[in-house]
Write a protein that binds this ligand. Structure first.
Ligand SMILES: [Cu+2]
Length: 281
């Protein structure tokens, strides 16, 4: 009986197992085959792809990208360095040399200001900028070691700015003719301890030119000077050691009841102490 049922079970289940194996194995076989092909194909594709130059050009493009970057930095630097670029647009009045150590703006060694028949002479000033020079002037924090210079009109003036601090300082002169000097300025800037030198040609006439450091608060804290061309036309205000402020700051004391009362009490205390000291009390 048991054998009968076992036979029936086997007879009934074998075809189903065969079918499921058939349905399973063809599916698995092609799949694994397909996978294998797929795996192979991508490998085959991938290798020629990476090797053939599809990536190689991109690599080389990447390298090409890097190279222009390397080129670009000096290029952009050279744009700011190169007066020629600015000269085309600004007629040589906007030359700027800029690097990590500082900046020179509007250097002009050979173009004569209007009214100057020739360069009248050469003058070289060496000016130091830093905190140490402010010690002699109450209320200042920065200044130059000299704060006034005098030159003849049409002089080619060479300025060497020596920064003795670790903070940025400038020697910025205002009031030059704008047809020759962009924004009417000539500027030297030294980013930290170090030195920069550049030249410009002063205009004709008698005029006092403002020189200062344009870093915020440095002029207000004492880094202010003047260049007198042709004797100048007076002193500028608030130049340490040279001129006082344009407006005095007298800080007037206003008496009030509190002030008068405290003064009276202080006076009486003083009298009492004096009397006791003299043996009168
Ligand atoms: Cu400064």
């Amino acid at each position: 009986m048991g054998l009968f049922f076992l036979t029936v079970f086997v007879v009934c289940t074998l075809p189903a197992l065969a079918v499921s194996q058939e349905t399973a194995s063809p599916a698995q076989a092609p799949q694994s085959h397909a996978d294998h092909q797929m795996d192979t194909a991508p490998h085959a594709d991938h290798q020629p792809h990476t090797g053939s130059g599809m990536d190689a050009p991109s690599h080389s493009e990447h390298q090409m990208d890097t190279t222009p970057h390397a080129d670009h930095q000096p290029h952009s630097g050279s744009q700011t360095d190169a007066p020629s670029h600015s000269e085309h647009q600004m007629h040589a009045h906007h030359a700027m040399r800029l690097d990590a150590s500082g900046m020179v703006m509007n250097e002009n060694t050979d173009e004569l200001p209007r009214g100057c028949p020739r360069i009248a002479g050469e003058h070289h000033i060496r000016v130091s900028a830093g905190r140490e020079f402010a010690r002699d002037f109450t209320g200042t924090m920065f200044t130059y070691d000299q704060r006034e210079w005098t030159v003849e009109p049409c002089t080619r003036l060479t300025v060497s700015l020596i920064n003795t601090d670790e903070v940025r300082h400038q020697w910025m002169l205002h009031g030059l003719p704008r047809y020759l000097y962009d924004q009417g300025m000539f500027t030297l800037e030294v980013a930290a301890k170090g030195q920069k030198t550049a030249s410009f040609i002063v205009p004709p006439g008698s005029k006092t030119y403002l020189v200062h450091c344009d870093v915020p608060h440095h002029m207000e804290k004492g880094m202010k000077a003047q260049l007198k061309v042709g004797g100048g036309d007076g002193d500028l205000p608030s130049i340490p050691g040279i001129s006082g402020p344009r407006l005095d700051d007298p800080y007037p004391f206003e008496w009030g009841w509190t002030g008068m009362g405290l003064t009276l009490i202080g006076g009486l205390c003083g009298l009492a102490l004096a009397g006791r000291g003299l043996g009168l009390l």
